[in-house]
Design a protein. Sequence first.
Length: 173
Amino acid sequence: MTIREYTQNDLAAMIALWNEIVAEGIAFPQEELLGAETGADFFASQSYCGVAEDGGKLVGLYILHPNNVGRCAHICNASYAVNTACRGQHIGEKLVLDCIENAKRLGFKILQFNAVVESNIHARHLYERIGFHQLGVIPGGFRMKDGYYENICPYYIELAEKNNHPGEKYEIR
């Protein structure tokens, strides 16, 4: 399996995979499916998009972008999608690790996940194993496809080491 930056040739498969996760209605906050034009614009607007390819088939992807603007623009956010037929093969872990390296390379200091659905145990265990810290629980923060409101658990990981001297800036590892 190879993880690399996406190309225009990947767009149709990326849009199909993204839409698969959106249609499941249990992980991504988006409700609208992407079309060819909206999908191309969406992926092009990200700071980085990585794709996992195995035997010429797209099996996973991630998007990476700032979580906020201005004084908080050093915090990034990401979303991950793994083809349902390929789950359980540690593709998600490889995507997260690649994402962390690209976030560092792009100068981000923190990677934050705003809305990890509490019942998404596999993702939560993965994040914690890698070193992410849970910030708490937001009760009823995610409306599932069936209308039920599920708790969300924000997570973060520091991508830069803090210096021990007050007033010094973060240094990228």
